[in-house]
Write a protein that binds this ligand. Structure first.
Ligand SMILES: C[S@@+](CC[C@H](N)C(=O)[O-])C[C@H]1O[C@@H](n2cnc3c(N)ncnc32)[C@H](O)[C@@H]1O
Length: 298
């Protein structure tokens, strides 16, 4: 009995330690071995960067259009003076968030409708089908075809040398990319404060360059719940996998406001790292998404 409990604990630790930053820091010497370990388990990309980009753009363009239409609709009910004041100070996305705050519909129901229209499926968070696994992510409506971008892993992006020690303590949401880049997808505590602050810092003219609404229960980008996808088990095999995606320079500025990732430091010279979750097979309505925490494709 005792032996089984110890074995279970050891197994848990062995699968968790690669995400536990203090463990990584203490094992820097063995870093290469660790990386090899992860690499051996990685495969080629399931879909090309162009396909990933096209899929995100399709959804983001539709979200943008829907935000503009809803902005117009809401504005039409306001007196002219109020209309221009709003238009001058808020982007459509900010305006809609503000407007949704004052009505009962909520931004997420609109975003989920847009997602269903554009991609043929929608996803949502709900209690996991696994006992004691907390929440998970499910296909709410429609079917996810194999090879589709089904979700995104939101969070602050830390390069290998950047400080994440305090944010990582007791934080199961730190995702480690193949090259050691970390993404902190925790929507609580210090991680939340850091994301909000980095996101508020980075703007280009009237445009935000990232979306902070994944920190709420109603994300403006409905894909941005990938941090809640649970790990596969013997009974529940993986139906999605992680794939790294560097946002290309030509990604439209007005659509970056839907990206749920932001760099910890503003002066990073490399493209923004995102992680997408891609369907390994057709996934039906009602099914929970499961990934393999140790398989990343790059
Ligand atoms: C990245 S979070 C996933 C979201 C989590 N279920 C929640 O509700 O916050 C990872 C944590 O989920 C739980 N988890 C993930 N996969 C699991 C599994 N197959 N069995 C039990 N717990 C699991 C573990 O507590 C793990 O530390």
């Amino acid at each position: 009995m005792m032996k089984t409990t110890l074995q279970t604990l050891a197994n848990k630790w062995n699968s968790y330690k690669y995400r536990f930053v203090p463990w990584i820091a203490l094992n820097l010497g063995k870093n290469e071995r660790t990386l090899r370990h992860v690499r051996e388990r990685s495969q080629d990309k399931l879909i090309s960067d162009e396909e990933a980009s096209a899929s995100l753009l399709k959804l983001f363009r539709a979200l943008f259009k829907s935000d503009l239409l809803r902005q117009k609709e809401v504005l039409s009910f306001l007196p002219a003076s109020v209309q221009s004041a709003y238009q001058d100070t808020l982007t459509p996305c900010q305006f809609i968030n503000r407007a949704d705050h004052y009505n009962d519909k909520g931004a997420s129901s609109f975003s989920n409708e847009v997602m269903l229209d554009m991609l043929g499926f929608s996803i949502h968070r709900a209690p996991s089908s696994l006992l004691s696994a907390g929440r998970g992510v499910f296909v709410a409506k429609g079917t996810v075809p194999k090879g589709t971008v089904v979700s995104m892993y939101p969070g602050t992006v830390y390069q290998t040398h950047e400080p994440i020690f305090f944010q990582s303590i007791r934080n199961p949401f730190v995702f480690r990319c193949i090259d050691g880049v970390l993404i902190d997808g925790n929507d609580n505590g210090i991680s939340k404060v850091v994301f909000r602050s980095c996101s508020g810092r980075d703007r280009l003219g009237p445009f935000k360059l990232s979306d902070i609404t994944w920190l709420t229960t109603a994300p403006e980008n409905p894909l941005a719940v990938g941090q809640y996808v649970n790990n596969c088990s013997n009974e529940k095999s993986a139906n999605v996998c992680y794939q790294e995606f560097d946002v290309p320079a030509e990604f439209p500025v007005e659509l970056r406001q839907y990206l749920p990732n932001v760099n910890y430091r503003h002066d990073i010279q490399r493209p923004l790292r995102c992680v997408i979750l891609v369907a390994l097979r057709d996934i039906q309505q009602g099914e929970e998404l499961f990934s393999n925490y140790y398989t990343i494709v790059h």
